[in-house]
Design a protein around this ligand. Structure first.
Ligand SMILES: Cc1ncc(COP(=O)(O)O)c(C=O)c1O
Length: 371
């Protein structure tokens, strides 16, 4: 009997975006911008930074396990504390969902090339992991509904989706939901909720609570707290109650909890983040299209660019790295001919477009876009 199960041996570790320091060293470029991990280009909420400062002297004390943050989120969303869970990033809550709900005879169902961290977590459980193809780079909810069988236990849906940036709509979700038996758990990953919530057709899962839906959200993106690792989830109290049994008792850490609570109060930072993202997304999308690239329209804080081949995608990544711009190749997500570019500041976007033009050998004039 091998020490490590074959389904673990077969996995490859998650590949995070490359760091600024790594690229500065490898390419000898001083001024590097990272557009590879969908982070917040405005940094961290100032109110969160202040709140962390205030509690630096209390770090020898164990955290509360997130109780205060759960209470705050419950109050904001008019729920009971028992409907809310928090953890070290939504990734951690996802890991707990996999551990809590899957039995050996169950299956996980989702789209092809889904969010890579989820794929890895689901496969680490050693149960069948089934996918259906995208339809226009969006979850094909009809095909997913048809693919449900008696072993299906978890259906994972990210909306908006990473890495495609696309969103399924309210009517699509409503039609899909009618076909999902109650014994199947829908894991609705809304990591990019803040960017999409003003879209009239966005199916905000908090507008209709179903007993077999778990909503996951995060402080890593619009709140600029990716380095602290704080995520949260909403669900029926029976589901949350079981998740709480296996959650590591002290996550999130003290700094993460106080920062998240302060970030929720910082409306100005969230407003500036969303306004900048809307502008940068427009500049990036139109600028790339003006250069003749196929760009999938995005509802999040990044775009997926479709190249002719994996070789061309890798050439683009490399061509941009040489000019100090880190973007994400999507081979490890399962879309090798694509590259994902996160939004930055407006200046970052102009610099990125000029670098793309330079790599392509196109006149920079072609990149100017009306806003
Ligand atoms: C779809 C999706 N879900 C979850 C996460 C992870 O968020 P967190 O930082 O809260 O673990 C990400 C981060 O990139 C994501 O894209």
């Amino acid at each position: 009997m091998p020490l490590v199960p074959p389904y673990i041996e077969a996995l490859r570790p998650y590949e995070p975006g490359r760091s600024i320091a790594e690229i500065q060293q490898a390419y000898g470029v001083r001024d590097v911008i990272k557009l590879a991990s969908n982070e917040n280009p405005l940094g961290t909420s100032p109110m969160a930074l202040e709140a962390m400062h205030r509690c630096l002297r209390d770090l020898h004390i164990y955290p509360s396990g997130g109780l205060k943050l759960r209470e705050e989120l419950a109050a904001r969303f008019r729920l009971k504390v028992g409907n809310v869970i928090v953890g070290s990033g939504s990734d951690s809550i996802m890991a707990n969902i996999i551990r809590t709900f899957l039995c050996d005879d169950d299956e996980v169902l989702t789209t092809e090339a889904a969010f890579a961290a989820f794929t890895l977590l689901a496969k680490s459980r050693g149960v069948p992991y089934r996918t259906v193809p995208y339809k226009n780079w969006t979850y094909d909810l009809e095909a997913l509904a048809e693919a449900i069988n008696e072993r299906t236990k978890i259906i994972y849906l990210a909306n908006p989706n990473n890495p495609t940036g696309t969103m399924f709509t309210k009517p699509e979700f409503d039609r899909f939901y009618k076909h999902v038996p109650e014994r199947v758990l829908i894991l609705l990953d809304e990591a990019y909720y803040e960017y999409a919530r003003d879209n009239q057709s966005y199916p905000d899962s908090m507008q209709y609570r179903y007993d077999n839906v778990i909503t996951l959200r995060t402080f890593s993106k619009a709140y600029g707290l990716a380095g602290l690792r704080v995520g949260y989830g909403f669900a029926h109290e029976d589901l949350i109650g079981n998740l709480l049994k296996i959650k590591l008792p002290f996550e999130p850490g003290t700094l993460g909890e106080v920062a998240a609570m302060a970030a929720l109060e910082d409306r100005d930072f969230l407003h500036r983040t969303l306004a900048m993202n809307a502008r940068s997304l427009r500049i990036l999308t139109h600028g790339l299209q003006a250069q003749g690239f196929r760009v999938v329209p995005s509802e999040a804080n990044f775009v997926m660019v479709l190249l002719e081949s994996e070789a061309e995608a890798m050439a683009m990544v490399e061509g941009l790295l040489r000019q100090g711009i880190i973007v994400r190749p999507l081979k490890s997500f399962g879309i090798p001919q694509a590259v994902r570019i996160s939004t930055g500041t407006e200046q970052d976007m102009e610099r990125c477009l000029a670098a793309v033009a330079n790599w392509r050998g196109v006149s920079p004039a072609v990149t100017s876009v009306s806003r």
